[in-house]
Design a protein around this ligand. Structure first.
Ligand code: DGJ
Length: 754
C-alpha cells in the first residue's frame, strides 16, 4: 500500500543570526510504502529536495516526519540558508546528485553540453498506479524490454516521483513498486532529456538508500570460476566498501547482490536488507559509512567506463534494483527473494513446472563424441528414467577443441553422421527429449564468420585483441550481428525437435570498443552489449514459447536476476563436486531460489577437484537444484547406474517442495561440526524434506542433533527414516538425531503430516 500525505509541522528553533527562538512551519509531501512487514518512507521537502525518512520494520503510523529532525539542521535549509552546505552534506537524499555539496556517493552524474557535471534535482510531482509498468529501453533501431519483476493489479502498487533539474532540462522519474504480499520494494529510474541540448549520463544508479546508522554487517557473494558466490560478511567501517563488475557480465568474482544485516542477524533472527540488481553486465554495489556514522547504500550499472549520450527528447532506463527487508533473519530475506523470483520474475512454460531430468554429455565426452556415442548414452539413460539428452559444446563447424568455429552454427556432419534431425529423432525414439548448447555471443578467429566479418568482434582500432579461450566477443551492440546469429540459431532450432537450449558465455570483454559506434558513443558499448543479449533472449523466448532455456557462463558467471527473467534455470557452477557445491549452492540461495540452480550428478574422481564422494551424496546435493546427470552413463560402475532410478524417484517425490516450498538453511559446514543441512517445507506445512551432508568426519561427532525449522508446531509429522511421529514443536525445539558416519556421507528424511 502506497500513500502520499501532505504534512505540515510547526516547530520552534533558535536562530543564531537573530539570537532568538523563532517559530517555523515546514510542509512536506510524505510518501509511505508499506509491505506486509516493512515500511519505506521519504518526503519532498519545501525546498524541493527528496529526503529519505525510514526503511525497516512496518509501522502503521502515518506521520513519520518527526524522524526528520525538522527543528535542527540538516532538514531546514531555509532557516539557515547561509549554511546550505551543511544541509547538502547531511541530508539523507533519496536520489543524491553531485555538485551542490553532498560529498557522499551520488546516484546520478552527467556531463552537459558545457562540460558541467552539476545536477540539482527538485521535486515536481508524483503518481500512484496499480500493478507495475513494464520497463524498456528505446534505441535507434528498436526497443528492448528490460528484465524486471512483474506484478498485476492487486499484487503491487507503483509510485512514480518526478524530479527535474532546471538548468539542463534533465528529468528523473523514480519508480518504486511495493508488493502486496511480499516485503519487497523494487526501484528503477528513467532519465529523460527535456532540455534543448544533449548531455551525457556518466552514472545512473537504480537505488540509493541512506540508513540512519552504521550498526550493520555487509554481506557479499564473491568467488572465482568453480567457486562462485561464497558468502563473506564483515562489519561496516568508515568509508566505502562493496563489490562491482567491470568484466561485461555479472561475473564469477562478484554477484550483483549485497545485504546489510544487523550485527546479531543469523538465519532466524535480526534485521536483513537485501539489494539485488536485475542486470547481467557491469554493476556497482556499495555501502558507504559517512562522517556521521550513517550508511548510504548505492546500487546500479557500474559507472566505470560508462557514458550514455542523451539527445533531446530521449530517455534512459536504469535497471531495476530489488530491495527486500526481513525482521526475521537472513533466512526470511532469502525466502522472500525466492518467492518473488519464482512468482514475479521467472516466466514462461517452466515457471511452475517440473523440469525434465537431463543428461548432459560435457563431462562425459567433452568434444569427443559422435552420433553413435550420443545415441548410446540416450538409450542407456532411457533405461534409468532420464528424460532429456543435452548435447553440449562441439557439434558445429569443425570444433573438436575450444579453438575454433564459434559463430559458425552449422552442424558438423563428420561428427553427427546423418545430421542433427537424424540424431534428435533417434534420441526421441529412445524416449528422451533433446537439448542443445550454443555460445551465441562469441566468435572464434578461426571461423567463417570471423573471416567474413572481422569487424563484428568487439575491438579497439589500432590495438591487438586479447584472446581468451581462443575466442573474441561479438559486438552485440550491432543489430546486423544479432540478426545474423539469431537466424543461424533459428535455422538449427527449426531443423529438429529441440526442446532445450543451454546458452553459454565463456569469456569476458576486453578492448571494449565497437567498429560501428561513433566516437561519442563508444562508452555505451558495455550497456548496449547487455541490451543486445536481452534482445536475443527476448526473441528466442518469444519465438519458442515451449523452449526450456538454461543460461550459463563458464559455470555460474551470470547467475543474476536479469538472466532469470529469460531462463527459469542457470548453470550454477562448473564445479560439480558435491562437497564444493554445498558452499556454492548455499551462497547462491541467499537470494536465488534453489529451483533455478542447475545441478548435476557427475562422475568421480570429480573433474574439478579430484574428490571421490558417494554416488548417493552426489544425488542428494544435486536434488536441491534442477537435477540431472553429467557423466558417461554407459561407462559408470553398475552399482552407481543402479542408483539412478532410485535417485530420480526421490527427486520427483521431493522436487515440488524445492520448487514451491520454503527453504531453511540449517547447516554450518564452516564450523567445527563439518556438516551442512537444509530443509524445504511446503507452504501448507504438511510436507517437508530434510537433508544433511557430512563433510569430513570428525572423531566423536558421529551422532548430532539438529533442530528442524519451518514446521507447524501443532502438527504431527511422520519421519520417513524412523517411522516415528513427533510434533512440529518437538522436531523444532528438541531436534532429531542424525547419524552420519564417514566422509561425505549424507541422509535425506521426509516428514509428512499425519
Ligand atoms: C562452460 C560451461 O559451464 C560448461 O558446462 C560447458 O558447457 C563448457 N562451457 C563447454 O564449452
Amino acid at each position: 500500500m502506497i500513500k502520499a500525505l501532505p504534512i505540515t509541522k510547526h516547530y520552534t528553533r533558535w536562530n543564531w543570526r537573530t539570537q532568538q527562538n523563532e517559530d517555523y512551519t515546514e510542509s512536506v509531501v510524505q510518501f509511505i510504502l508499506n509491505t506486509p512487514k516493512s515500511t519505506y518512507s521519504f518526503a519532498a521537502l519545501e525546498c524541493g529536495y527528496l529526503a529519505h525518512i525510514y526503511y525497516g520494520k512496518r509501522t502503521d503510523d502515518e506521520d513519520l516526519v518527526y524522524l526528520m529532525r525538522l527543528d535542527e539542521n540538516p532538514f531546514t535549509p531555509k532557516v539557515n540558508s547561509c549554511d546550505m552546505g551543511t544541509f547538502m552534506d547531511n541530508t539523507p537524499f533519496e536520489y543524491p546528485t553531485t555538485g551542490k555539496g553532498d560529498y557522499r556517493e551520488p546516484a546520478l552524474m552527467i556531463m552537459d553540453s558545457e562540460g558541467q557535471s552539476l545536477v540539482d534535482l527538485k521535486y515536481k510531482g508524483y503518481e500512484i498506479t496499480s500493478g507495475k509498468p513494464q520497463v524498456s529501453q528505446e534505441l535507434e533501431d528498436m526497443t528492448v524490454t528490460l528484465p524486471a519483476t512483474f506484478a498485476g493489479e492487486g499484487e503491487a502498487q507503483t509510485l512514480a516521483v518526478t524530479l527535474a533539474d532546471e538548468r539542463t532540462g534533465l528529468e528523473a522519474v523514480l519508480y518504486y513498486t511495493a508488493f502486496e504480499k511480499l516485503d519487497v520494494i523494487a526501484r528503477s529510474v528513467i532519465i529523460t532529456n527535456k532540455g534543448d541540448k544533449a548531455f551525457d549520463i556518466r552514472r545512473v544508479f537504480s537505488t540509493s538508500v541512506d540508513f540512519d546508522s552504521d550498526a550493520y554487517d555487509l554481506i557479499t557473494l564473491n568467488g572465482t570460476w568453480a567457486r562462485e558466490r561464497a558468502i563473506e560478511r564483515s562489519k561496516l567501517h568508515h568509508g566505502k566498501q562493496g563489490v562491482d563488475s567491470r568484466r561485461g557480465e555479472s561475473s564469477h568474482q562478484n554477484n550483483p547482490f549485497i545485504a546489510l544485516v544487523s550485527h546479531n542477524a543469523d538465519e532466524e533472527t535480526g534485521e536483513a536488507y537485501g539489494f539485488n540488481l536485475v542486470y547481467s553486465g557491469n554493476f556497482f554495489a556499495q555501502a558507504e559509512v559517512t562522517q556521521f556514522r550513517r550508511t548510504r547504500v548505492s546500487m546500479g550499472i557500474n559507472s566505470f567506463d560508462f557514458s550514455w549520450t542523451l539527445e533531446c527528447g530521449r530517455s534512459f532506463t536504469a535497471p531495476e534494483a530489488v530491495m527486500v527487508y526481513s525482521c526475521e533473519g537472513i533466512g526470511c530475506m532469502s525466502r522472500t527473494y525466492h518467492d518473488l523470483y519464482r512468482q514475479h520474475l521467472i516466466r514462461g512454460e517452466y515457471k511452475d513446472k517440473a523440469r525434465p531430468v537431463l543428461i548432459n554429455n560435457w563431462e562425459a565426452t567433452y568434444f569427443d563424441f559422435d552420433t553413435d556415442k550420443l545415441i548410446a548414452i540416450a538409450k542407456e539413460a532411457a533405461k534409468s528414467g532420464i528424460e532429456m539428452l543435452v548435447m553440449d559444446d562441439g557439434w558445429f563447424g569443425k570444433r573438436n577443441t575450444d579453438n575454433c568455429s564459434l559463430g559458425d552454427w552449422v552442424v558438423n556432419e563428420d561428427k553427427l553422421k546423418g545430421g542433427l534431425k537424424h540424431l534428435v529423432d533417434e534420441v526421441n525414439k529412445a524416449g528422451l527429449r533433446f537439448g542443445i548448447w550454443f555460445e551465441p555471443e562469441m566468435i572464434s578467429p578461426d571461423s567463417d564468420l570471423y573471416r567474413a566479418h572481422p569487424d563484428w568482434a568487439i575491438q579497439v582500432k589500432g590495438s591487438s585483441q586479447t584472446l581468451s579461450r581462443t575466442q573474441y566477443v561479438l559486438d552485440y551492440s550491432r543489430k546486423e550481428v544479432r540478426d545474423n546469429i539469431y537466424s543461424q540459431i533459428k535455422a538449427i532450432m527449426d531443423s529438429a525437435n529441440i526442446e532445450y537450449i543451454k546458452w553459454d558465455m565463456n569469456r569476458q570483454i576486453t578492448e571494449p570498443g565497437s567498429a560501428a559506434l561513433p566516437a561519442g558513443r563508444q562508452r555505451e558499448l558495455w550497456h548496449r552489449y547487455v541490451l543486445g543479449v536481452y534482445d536475443l533472449q527476448n526473441r528466442l523466448t518469444t519465438d519458442y514459447p515451449h523452449l526450456l532455456l538454461e543460461n550459463c557462463s563458464g559455470g555460474g558467471a551470470r547467475f543474476d536476476p536479469g538472466m532469470l527473467y529469460f531462463s527459469p534455470q542457470i548453470w550454477t557452477s562448473d564445479d560439480t563436486d558435491a562437497i564444493e557445491r554445498l558452499k556454492i549452492q548455499h551462497g547462491t540461495s541467499l537470494c536465488y531460489p534453489c529451483s533455478s540452480m542447475g545441478a548435476h550428478v557427475s562422475d568421480c574422481p570429480n573433474h574439478t577437484v579430484g574428490r571421490t564422494t558417494p554416488f548417493s551424496t552426489r544425488g542428494n546435493v544435486a536434488m536441491v537444484g534442477t537435477f540431472g546427470y553429467e557423466l558417461d552413463i554407459t561407462r559408470i560402475p553398475e552399482e552407481d547406474r543402479a542408483q539412478i532410478p532410485v535417485q530420480i524417484e526421490q527427486f520427483k517425490k521431493y522436487n515440488p517442495l524445492v520448487r514451491e516450498g520454503d527453504q531453511y538453511r540449517l547447516g554450518d559446514m564452516f564450523s567445527d561440526n563439518s556438516h551442512d543441512a537444509w530443509m524445504f517445507v511446503s507452504k501448507d506445512k504438511k510436507e517437508a524434506v530434510f537433508t544433511a551432508v557430512q563433510v569430513l568426519n570428525r572423531p566423536n561427532f558421529h551422532s548430532r542433533r539438529i533442530k528442524l525449522r519451518g514446521l507447524c508446531p501443532d502438527k504431527n509429522y511422520l519421519s520417513s527414516q524412523t517411522g516415528e511421529v513427533h510434533s512440529g514443536a518437538t522436531l523444532m525445539n528438541c531436534g532429531i538425531n542424525i547419524e552420519l558416519s564417514g566422509d561425505f556421507s549424507s541422509v535425506v528424511i521426509g516428514f509428512t503430516e499425519v
